[in-house]
Design a binder for this molecule. Structure first.
Ligand SMILES: [Fe+2]
Ligand SMILES: [Fe+2]
Length: 200
């Protein structure tokens, strides 16, 4: 199986934007946490998060991303369940439907990380460890906050993941709490550990 290091190399070779790299590290952290909670393969789920948007800069349309990026991953030995999950995070573009818990988890974690990153970056400390779920909750309806995050889409993806993996018991704010906790555990890898704060 591909190692985390090999996957990160693929990301570094194809993604220049710091924000996109950070997005994938964030989704990776969330996926690893859920794999642990669900007794699934932590390394496998982490790979799906870390690699899912690796081709966005070379295939920057929803018609080509992520489909056109799959052959490279397959050629490097990325396991089939990961390829399936990556394809299924854009079912509309690829025609690949979400089936496994891994597939649903990836979509459910994808955009939520954007809320958490935004919440960290609006804080003077620029530290994800200072982010609280209730501050995200307060700004959920604020359109300018994490403007790119499609709230109804997040609600549907969370409900689907909850149904498939938690018998419907995972509510939106518990989910956000898991993603926040996961990202706090990866603060340094996300560079959201205070290093971006302006010196006083
Ligand atoms: Fe994507
Ligand atoms: Fe993504």
């Amino acid at each position: 199986m591909m190692t985390r290091e090999e996957a990160w190399q693929i990301v570094c070779d194809h993604v220049q934007a710091v924000g996109l790299r950070r997005h994938m590290v964030a989704v990776e952290a969330a996926m690893r946490r859920y794999a642990g909670l669900l007794g699934e393969d932590v390394e496998l789920w982490g790979l799906a998060g870390l690699l899912h948007d690796y081709d966005w800069e070379i295939h920057p349309t929803l018609e080509t991303h992520p489909k056109a990026g799959i052959p490279l991953l397959a050629g490097r030995g990325v396991p089939e369940p990961v390829l399936h999950a990556i394809l299924a995070h854009n079912s509309e573009g690829t025609g690949v439907e979400r089936e496994s818990k891994l597939d649903f988890a990836l979509l459910a974690c994808d955009e939520v990380t954007g809320l958490v990153i935004a919440a960290a970056l609006v804080r003077p400390t620029k530290d994800v460890r200072d982010v609280e779920v209730k501050s995200i909750q307060k700004r959920w309806k604020e359109k300018a906050f994490a403007a790119g995050v499609d709230r109804p889409g997040v609600e549907v993806a969370t409900a689907d993941f909850s149904r498939v993996a938690f018998d419907g018991a995972l509510d939106l704010w518990t989910h956000v709490g898991h993603v926040v906790a996961a990202m706090q555990g990866a603060a340094a890898a996300l560079e959201l550990d205070g290093r971006l704060a302006k010196p006083a």
